[in-house]
Design a protein around this ligand. Structure first.
Ligand SMILES: [Zn+2]
Length: 692
């Protein structure tokens, strides 16, 4: 299931490239479907070092230069790196569990039945292909039966339930200004290209993508039974409609500013923006309980939408709805020809990935998406010992106290702001591994022979679960990622940091590695999430999760000046050809990368002092501080296809891997000292940026 468009400034992806978008394929360079992946490397992996490189000139090259020799990008991926190794290990583990659950038997628990049958139905491609378009027919008939635009409201409500965001996206979010409240929200939606600027960017690469996109829509409509000439005409009209929607949409950089996406209003005000839709009916048929106020994330969009609904003919709208239906369907539930066409555009052309990944891998991911906490319960019992939870919690506490001390020492912040920053720090909830209460899937029916129905029912189950939150107290124990996920996040409305079990394993965290390596690896990740609470977005929320300015005017100005230094620094990094890093879009993540590693270093130094570790004593040829920085560098080893890199800098708030290493160490004088760099060398520039 695809993720619903989220209004809030929510989860932050650490292993950026890995999970950047719903269509990213996940796979491994070897071929056999059930081949056990190699053991995960522990701590510093010397094979990956390029000792011919000068660490003071390009530290990423030094730490990771030989990684692609051992792990070239396989044909079924758009990039490959350290995170992928962990991901593939998990994929193997989950696969084994799902095969067992799918094998059946009367003694399966209800959750085992659900995950096993979901996976089995997904794997049953003969059944999916034999049914062909039949499962979609009821939806296609419904579109064909639309007599006038007034009937659109009901159809869009139904689409929201099955997670097709045609024209708009409904969701539920915590109120930015009152985090104890769950609120209905409506946001811009309905684009088939990754982001609004894809419709307007100039240059050969952008124009080529648009041309390929129109061809893709046309081919997909052809596979739904349209004649070639009809499909071509419709594809053009659909593209024009989407372009007009994009024109009314807010760009991703503006959307990082919380106040830009927060416009709480009564339903009557929303009705004034888009009178062409029957809002009370739309919300009620989408099962939202009586809605009195709603966050309209992008009001200008809803004005533009009204004009568009008015001026677009019904035939074009019908074509657009057919297209959106197919484009939003879980790709594993599509019959073969549509699935391959979908991959050809979103995988091959947009990401440069030559081959589709193996079916079982896609089905493991689909099952995790639909039933993440049912799968996660089995996963945690087998893979996540209490000792890992305890050790991680200890490290989180160490890094939190490093931040507490660091705040004391800051020379630019007034005592008043420091006190409020500390209050926020102390209020952060640490969530490690898995939720205390598991989600109840008993109302979700999973059939062994119905891949499309399963995916649709799972989408409806999730939509109803979300809608039911409105008017109820916020569940602060809820997780936004499943336990096997190789990732982590900070949520400003919850004011919590979350580390799923999936990321807490080698090489990111390894009880056998040295302290220096562990602090450089997972310590940096913990510091990263913690710093998100204080980056340019996070700092606008207080300890209770409310959007409220707790900074003195002067301290706020100083923060912005410091952040501007980071914006300018990263804006000069070239990712591929003419595509540079967007310093504003990536500011929050870059702040978290820089602040996070500094906190990890402080925590490590405190730990070394406690344990009397001799910081001059080399082990394996490296001092503890060198090991620490190498640990950080090797978090991000890997390579990325140029098409994927271009997509990343245009859509992803995370900088490319190289800059997540070099961009950070060049701002830390401790790095230059550890490696004996000279002032003025690339990794030890005269001017360094530091926010935290
Ligand atoms: Zn982040």
């Amino acid at each position: 299931m695809k993720t619903r468009s989220v209004v809030a400034a929510i989860p932050c992806i650490v292993i950026g490239v890995l999970l950047a978008a719903p269509l990213e394929a996940q796979s491994k360079n070897t071929t056999a479907a059930d081949e056990k992946p190699q053991a995960l490397p522990s701590g510093l992996d010397k094979r990956f070092l390029d000792t011919t490189a000068d660490p003071c000139v390009n530290f990423f090259q030094y730490a990771c230069g030989n990684f692609p020799k051992y792990y070239p990008i396989p044909n079924d991926r758009s990039g490959y790196g350290t995170g992928t190794l962990v991901f593939e290990h998990n994929e193997y583990v989950l696969h084994t569990m799902l095969e067992k659950a799918a094998a059946g038997g009367a003694d399966r628990t209800p959750n085992q039945q659900k995950i096993g049958d979901y996976y089995a139905a997904c794997m049953d491609t003969p059944a999916i292909d034999q049914k062909g378009l039949k499962p979609f027919q009821i939806e296609l008939d419904r579109i064909a039966g639309l007599k006038d635009k007034s009937e659109l409201t009901s159809l869009l409500a139904h689409y929201q339930l099955i997670n097709v965001n045609a024209f708009l996206g409904l969701s539920v979010q915590q109120d930015f200004k009152d985090a104890t409240k769950e609120l209905a929200a409506v946001d811009q939606g309905g684009l088939g290209l990754p982001e609004r600027d894809y419709y307007f960017r100039t240059g050969d690469a952008a124009e080529k993508t648009r041309k390929q996109y129109v061809e893709h829509i046309s081919k997909a409509l052809g596979l739904l039974g349209e004649s070639e000439s009809d499909a071509q005409t419709d594809a053009q009209s659909i593209f024009q409609l989407e372009t007009a929607l994009a024109k009314g949409s807010m760009d991703i950089t503006s959307r990082r500013e919380p106040k830009n996406i927060y416009h709480l209003m009564g339903l009557a005000d929303l009705e004034k923006l888009t009178p062409g839709l029957d809002w009370p009916r739309l919300l009620s048929e989408a099962h939202f309980p009586e809605v009195k106020e709603i966050n309209v994330a992008a009001p200008d969009f809803f004005k533009a939408l009204n004009t568009l609904l008015d001026t677009t003919d019904l035939k074009t709208i019908k074509g657009y709805l057919r297209w959106q239906l197919i484009a939003s369907t879980e790709s594993t539930a599509l019959p073969k020809a549509l699935d391959e066409e979908n991959f050809d555009f979103y995988g091959r052309k947009l990401r440069g990935q030559p081959e589709q990944q193996a079916r079982w891998k896609r089905c493991v991911q689909a099952t995790d998406g639909a039933l993440g906490e049912a799968l996660g319960q089995v996963y945690v019992a087998q893979e996540f010992p209490p000792s890992s939870k305890a050790a991680t919690l200890q490290m989180v506490h160490d890094i939190e106290s490093a931040m507490n001390q660091d705040l004391d020492g800051l020379d630019w912040m007034s005592p008043a702001t420091k006190a409020r920053a500390k209050a926020k720090l102390h209020a952060i909830a640490d969530k490690i591994g898995y939720p205390d209460h598991w989600r109840d899937y008993s109302k979700l029916t999973v059939e062994r022979d119905d891949a499309y129905g399963n995916s649709q029912r799972a989408a409806i189950f999730e939509s109803l679960r979300q809608a039911a939150k409105i008017g109820k107290p916020v569940d602060r124990g809820e997780w936004g990622m499943s336990p096997p996920t190789v990732n982590a996040y900070y949520n400003p409305s919850m004011n919590d940091i979350n580390f799923p079990a999936g990321i807490l394993q080698p090489p990111l965290y390894d009880p056998k590695a040295t302290d220096a390596e562990n602090y450089g690896h997972i310590g940096g990740v913990v510091g990263h999430e913690l710093t998100h609470g204080f980056d340019d977005e996070g700092r606008q929320f207080d300890g209770n999760g409310n959007l409220s300015d707790w900074w003195t005017t002067e301290d706020g100005k100083k923060f912005v000046d410091k952040a501007d230094c980071t914006v300018n620094e990263y804006s000069n990094f070239v990712a591929v050809d003419d595509a540079k890093v967007n310093g504003k879009l990536t500011l929050g993540e870059n702040t978290a990368d820089n602040g996070g590693l500094r906190l990890a270093l402080l925590a490590f130094l405190a730990d070394a002092k406690r344990k009397n570790i001799d910081l001059t004593q080399k082990e394996d040829g490296y001092t503890p501080l060198q090991q620490f920085f190498l640990g950080h560098g090797q978090n991000w080893c890997g390579s990325t296809r140029p098409e994927q890199l271009r997509l990343q800098v245009q859509t992803d708030p995370h900088s490319p891997r190289e800059f997540r290493v070099n961009g950070v160490v060049r701002n830390m004088p401790e790095f230059g000292e550890a490696f004996g760099c000279k002032a003025g060398q690339p990794m030890m520039p005269q001017k360094m940026c530091r926010v935290w």
